[in-house]
Design a protein around this ligand. Structure first.
Ligand SMILES: Nc1nc2c(ncn2[C@@H]2O[C@H](COP(=O)(O)OP(=O)(O)OP(=O)(O)O)[C@@H](O)[C@H]2O)c(=O)[nH]1
Ligand SMILES: [Mg+2]
Length: 432
């Protein structure tokens, strides 16, 4: 009973974290997006199984989830994602990429797109609710033609997985060159994620036969760069069958244990990332508000300059109009009438006297210059008026509220989840 409640703790933590990220209104992803930051939601662990043809990869998945979702007769053709859900379903490649956008990088491998599908199972066995399996096609040497570059596809998937289980069976082609080569390459990229298993160990004969096969496999693997005997730990496993008694020690529980350890690590990483993401949001919101304050300040001074330039432009324009009126007073008379013109000319007497001392040609050139100057000043006024967009008061308040929510509610929730997780870890170790 104790184990059951403890087991659900990590699942609940991941689910709570997922909700904290994806809530459409108050989720961290939505909040981060409003300040141009992209966050990724936490996800379940991804476990890929690779190995030679007929090594028991699909059978292991079926055993783990206690459901025959994967075909175990004949070679597996492509890649199958086996995930938990609320409805038994098979998804083709298009739906698979929609459901798992992080697998889209696989489309870069030519021809592989058609050969990926998803099996959704309702199983609640073991830790399946927190695991996404990736079953891969069995690897063989020689004439076998894959409709895509299988090596590249597995290497790409390796980058997206948290754990890579290598199944090598003693009866089949455990020493398949292709398998060993891919393992060598995966080891160079994701060495810490690799785990080795001598699968179908119940078919390996006696203990001495098993040891010999294992030695042979380890020797071959050690020829690949970066792999050596001290780092190569091989576990013997087989699918337990009640009707077939066997002497061989079955360490299949260790696979489950390794999966559990990876889940634990993911939960810890998720909680740490949550804290970092809260900090990222805090920095982005503070920067947005600071920038906005700076833009408001710049806009205010630009507004004053624009106003001054506009007024100056208008004044020069009036000056230009008056000069034109003095030079072509008939126009002035048409606009203002005789009486208006007389009054205006009375006021402009000093200017008229100055203008009279200057030749008409110079007067015209000066008016042209004044017109150009006023147009330039008005254009400049408009340019300065082109201010940077700023946040409205309502938007600023909303941002502040979001920041408060992240800093107070989310961080407090994270702290609580972290404490629960620590308590659970201790009690879990006690139960073990
Ligand atoms: N004795 C024994 N047989 C097993 C074990 N695991 C799988 N098998 C059998 O081995 C055969 C191949 O198993 P699969 O699970 O299809 O192997 P696979 O690695 O998925 O094969 P491919 O998809 O072709 O690469 C099936 O007939 C299984 O019943 C095991 O642990 N012990
Ligand atoms: Mg298979």
């Amino acid at each position: 009973m104790k184990k059951k409640s403890a087991d659900s703790c990590d699942e609940r933590i991941l689910r709570d974290c997922f909700q904290m990220y994806t809530d459409p209104e108050r989720g961290l992803m939505a909040i981060a997006e409003s300040v141009d930051v992209t966050l990724l939601p936490p996800k379940k662990i991804t476990v890929m199984l690779i190995g030679n043809h007929s090594a028991g990869k699909s059978s292991f998945i079926n055993w783990y989830i206690k459901e025959q979702v994967q075909k175990t007769k004949g070679p597996g053709q492509g890649f199958t994602i086996v995930a938990s859900g609320c409805k038994r379903e098979t998804l083709k490649s298009k739906a698979t990429f929609e459901l798992y956008p992080h697998f889209r990088a696989l489309q870069e491998v030519k021809g592989v797109s058609k050969y990926i599908s998803t099996e959704i199972s309702t199983s609640r066995e073991k830790r399946f609710s927190l695991v996404t399996f990736v079953d891969t096609p069995g690897l063989v040497d020689g004439d076998m033609q894959y409709p895509f570059d299988v090596d590249q596809a597995i290497l790409k998937l390796g980058d997206m997985c948290d754990l890579i289980l290598v199944f090598l069976d003693p009866v089949g082609q455990a020493l398949c060159k292709r398998t060993l080569d891919i393992v060598g390459q995966l080891n160079e990229r994701q060495g810490d994620r690799l785990r080795f298993y001598l699968s179908k160990a119940d078919e390996a004969g006696g203990e001495s036969d098993r040891q010999r096969v294992m030695m042979q496999i380890v020797q071959e693997l050690c020829k690949r760069p970066g792999l050596n005997k001290s780092s190569l730990d091989m576990t013997t496993i087989y699918i337990p069958k009640t009707n077939k008694p066997t002497q061989c020690i079955n360490q299949i529980d260790q696979v489950c244990h390794t999966i559990q350890k990876t889940i634990n690590l993911t939960v810890q990483n998720t909680l740490n990332t949550l804290e970092k993401d809260c900090e990222l949001i805090r920095e982005a919101v503070t920067e947005t508000l600071n920038n906005d304050w700076q833009y408001c300040k710049e806009n205010r001074s630009a507004g004053s300059v624009s106003c001054a330039l506009g007024m100056l432009g208008f004044f020069v324009m009036v000056l230009f109009a008056l000069m034109m009126g003095i030079i072509y007073w008939e126009i002035l008379e048409m606009v203002l009438g005789t009486y208006g013109t007389e009054i205006l000319l009375l006021y402009l007497a000093p200017l008229i006297r100055v203008l009279d001392t200057v030749p008409v040609q110079i007067q015209l050139i000066t008016s042209g210059f004044l017109m150009q100057l006023s147009v330039t000043l008005i254009i400049l006024a408009f340019i300065f008026l082109n201010t940077k967009p700023t946040l409205s008061e309502k938007q600023k308040i909303q941002l502040q509220k979001k920041l408060e929510y992240v800093q107070e509610v989310v961080k407090a929730k994270k702290k609580k989840l972290h404490q629960e997780y620590l308590q659970w870890s201790v009690s879990d170790q006690n139960t073990d």
